[in-house]
Write a protein that binds this ligand. Sequence first.
Ligand SMILES: [Zn+2]
Length: 79
Amino acid sequence: MIKITCDVCDKVRPQSDRRIGEDSWVLGYDIEVENANALQRSLRFLSRWDDARVLELGAIHLCSEKCKDRYIKEARAVA
Ligand SMILES: [Zn+2]
């Protein structure tokens, strides 16, 4: 079994036997896109948790809207 933790606060996601999550966890992607003159960071969030996609490239795992907001803020600070 893979252990998923929140990328902001390290909270462990409880195991669920349903692939599509109905809880507060947010699945997103943090991808760097190269265009003509710069490396741009792109954040995308899925509307629902999907266990089948948690290990995809650039996937980020957040336990709540609060951690999602914090993640966005920190990503902006870095970019
Ligand atoms: Zn969290």
